[in-house]
Write a protein of this length. Structure first.
Length: 228
């Protein structure tokens, strides 16, 4: 009788978690998108901000390339004109939560609220609802998987981390990218950090070098479309 009860309990627990597992299994996560066209994606986190974002947009315009900006909802509300410019110049905006919290400290309901508020802020300012989500610090737990599946977000991480947010020297950022980049990569940078950074100086070197090597910069959504 004890063995039968234990078996029945196991069956009940299996079916109790099955719906959650099914939702999690439908989560789309991309850290890179292999292709044979040397397409890569530049991504910028934590903006928009009136100091660095416009300068980055000027550099991108100079070379005629597109990028993806994962924006924080509260910053979108503070600097709507900057967000508007991102979209007007043909770039892409993704959801990076409303306040950039530590995801592991959030319940599923808490994460959903963060994502919903950011989505609403972006849509109000740009007229477009984001379809990409990047969790702060790249954390992907069960709440992120369930939320992104329910809300039909693609979760975007990265394959090349410049660590520009840490004040990494320009030469180190450039060396890291040039040594490790390959077709399909998603490069992580930031258009807003609270300390000094060398993102802009590094971009001015990285972009022309990668163009000379035959790479084409596209938005993350385009990168996903071209995935082999």
């Amino acid at each position: 009788r004890g063995l039968i009860s234990l078996f029945m309990l196991s069956v009940m627990l299996f079916y109790a978690v099955l719906p959650v597992s099914a939702e999690i299994s439908g989560c789309r996560v991309y850290s890179s998108c292999k292709n044979d066209k040397k397409l890569i994606a530049l991504t910028f986190d934590d903006g928009p901000h009136p100091k660095n974002t416009p300068v980055i947009l000027d550099i991108l315009a100079q070379y005629g390339i597109k990028a993806t900006f994962f924006e924080v909802g509260s910053n979108v509300e503070y600097y709507p004109d900057v967000s508007r410019r991102v979209i007007e110049e043909g770039h892409e905006i993704g959801n990076h939560t409303y306040t950039h919290p530590h995801v592991k400290n959030l319940s599923l309901a808490g994460l959903e609220k963060e994502v919903e508020k950011c989505e609403a802020a972006i849509k109000k300012v740009t007229g477009k609802a984001p379809v990409l989500f990047r969790p702060p610090e790249g954390v992907i737990d069960d709440a992120v998987k369930v939320m992104s599946t329910d809300r039909e977000y693609s979760v975007i991480i990265w394959s090349v981390d410049t660590r520009d947010w840490a004040g990494t020297p320009t030469s180190t950022i450039v060396g890291n990218v040039m040594k490790n980049v390959k077709s399909g990569d998603i490069i992580l940078m930031h258009d807003y950090v609270t300390k000094s950074c060398h993102t802009i100086e590094a971009l001015k070197i990285i972009i022309p070098r990668l163009l000379d090597e035959g790479y084409t910069f596209v938005t993350v959504s385009r990168l996903i479309e071209e995935k082999k």
